[in-house]
Write a protein that binds this ligand. Structure first.
Ligand code: V47
Length: 361
């Protein structure tokens, strides 16, 4: 193991690409400090000392969802007492309230696949938001939602994405990728986009100039091999399209999900190791996000020493992870984020969802 890690360290030092075998070796190693050190070297080389964050509001238009994914505590049926649907007016009101903060810049919109809403409903809301708040950057709809829109409307992915883009959509979030392995998806989330469908959306979006994020949901039924293959699939996609901006690790939160009784939350060591290995394998993706909502702020700050260079943002209105019982705050103020990043010895860099730095501190 020591020799194998030495060989990997030599490759990282030389800026050489790591192989699948290297990735598996890293997962098999318990030398967390060394893996973290290597990821930190890679982070320093790829993105320097800036830590990206943004002032953002999450909006989930509905939690009613035909997906019924086993890992999700947010989605529910129409009959559920928790079910809700936001009207266009309610969405605009929510944004108006959040706009009291003059620094609000980004909207993050991810929703359930509603059994009755037509695609035009979602399109209309983007149009209405963009007309009223043209200064706000809209990052919306995962590859899973776009696949759903194509299915219910009969339109092509390119047509859907072009219409959303014309309406005001600028970028797309990274959810829905989970693990891009169809055997696993059949067990976890059989009612939504397959691996190929998710990748097809990313390709179609990138070809229209819509940058997207990508994520990995881990710590459920997957193996380390499947984690590495997932990262390699994303690396190959990025080689092809150059349209991925940010990669996010989502450690599975079992609370209130169908897997709650059989699976425990991942350890902090697994979270840090997975973050570091993601940084090392995804040598062509600029940002690696430590999502404080899932990790808590102290662990997200620690992750900045394990390859991460992005901490998401203020994240007002987050619902998906809180439904699964995360213990982090509901939202953080911009000043708390700035102070935290500075405490970690890095440079806070406020950005839009296209990873353009607006100001640094
Ligand atoms: O696809 C759902 C994940 C995603 C759980 O791009 C869970 O910057 C862990 O897309 N435990 C949706 N993960 C959220 C999403 C997102 C969120 C924040 C930032 C960005 C970005 C994107 O949330 C889902 C799934 O992978 N998820 N339930 C859970 N119990």
């Amino acid at each position: 193991m020591g020799n194998k890690l030495d060989a990997i360290a030599a490759k990282v030092n030389a800026g050489e690409r790591l192989t699948r075998e290297d990735g598996l070796t890293l997962f098999a190693s318990n030398d967390l400090a060394r893996i973290g050190y290597l990821a930190d070297l890679a982070r320093q080389r790829i993105s320097g000392d800036y830590v990206y964050y943004n002032v953002n509001l999450h909006i989930n238009l509905t939690n009613i969802c035909i997906g019924q994914c086993k890992f999700c505590a947010f989605g529910c049926t129409k009959e559920s007492p928790q079910a809700y649907e936001l009207t266009r007016e309610a969405v605009l009101k929510r944004i108006e309230a959040a706009s009291a903060d003059p620094d609000l810049r980004n909207l993050h919109i991810v929703s359930g696949m509603h059994p009755d809403w037509p695609y035009e409903y979602y399109l209309d809301i983007i149009k209405a938001i963009h007309e009223k708040y043209p200064q706000l950057h809209i990052k919306g709809f995962t590859g899973v939602e776009i696949t759903h829109f194509a299915k219910i409307s009969g339109k092509s992915l390119t047509q859907i994405l072009s219409e959303l883009q014309a309406a005001g959509l600028e970028t797309m979030p990274g959810g829905g990728a989970e693990i891009l392995d169809d055997t696993l998806r059949q067990k976890l989330c059989p009612n939504k986009a397959t691996s190929k469908e998710w990748l097809d959306v990313a390709r179609a979006a990138h070809s229209l100039g819509i940058k997207t994020n990508a994520s990995m949901l881990y710590g459920h039924l997957e193996t380390y091999k499947q984690r590495i293959d997932h990262l390699l699939t994303l690396r190959a996609l990025q080689d092809e399209t150059h349209g991925l901006q940010t990669f996010i690790c989502f450690p599975f939160q079992p609370g209130n999900t169908a897997l709650e009784k059989s699976i425990r939350r991942t350890s902090v060591w697994d979270d840090l190791k997975t973050m570091a290995i993601s940084r090392l394998m995804l040598d062509n993706v600029h940002n690696i996000k430590a999502y404080w909502v899932m990790l808590t702020l102290p662990i997200a700050l620690l992750a900045l020493g394990f390859g991460a260079n992005d901490i998401d943002g203020t994240v007002g209105g987050e619902k998906i992870m809180h439904a699964a019982g995360v213990s982090s705050e509901k939202a953080l103020s911009r000043n708390v984020l700035i102070d935290a990043i500075r405490t970690a010895g890095r440079i806070p860099a406020e950005c839009d969802c296209n990873c353009n730095i607006i100001r640094t501190f």
